[in-house]
Design a protein around this ligand. Structure first.
Ligand SMILES: [Zn+2]
Length: 113
């Protein structure tokens, strides 16, 4: 399915904005757990919670963030209609400017060769 230049521009912008909010969310969680763990009274309810949350958050956060951002690319359809290359960030800007996929060189917009 091809798209228009406008719709790709909008999607690239949306993706970038959402990415910023996701980063804010993940870092808040990340530092929240680190700080919570270091300031809560040992043996208290919050200390138990932070100790429990520590490893899942530390080990799970970055893979989850990665998988989620990859999923968002697919959900939004930010891919080349022909070779499924990602069209985000710089690569998306490039496609918007040239009308072509950075990978296969095919036109990505409707009515453009
Ligand atoms: Zn392509």
């Amino acid at each position: 399915m091809k798209m228009t230049r406008d719709s790709l521009q909008k999607l690239v912008g949306e993706y970038r904005r959402e990415g910023r909010w996701n980063a804010v969310f993940f870092f808040t969680l990340f530092f929240g757990v680190i700080i919570g763990d270091s300031i809560s009274t040992p043996g208290s309810e919050p200390a138990r919670f932070f100790a429990w949350a520590f490893f899942p958050v530390m080990l799970g956060l970055f893979p989850a963030m990665l998988v989620y951002s990859l999923l968002r690319i697919r959900i939004k359809g930010l891919v080349c209609p022909r070779c499924r290359a990602r069209l985000i960030g710089e690569l998306g800007e490039q496609a918007i400017a040239s009308g072509r996929c950075w990978k296969c060189g095919d036109g990505v917009f409707d009515g453009e060769k």
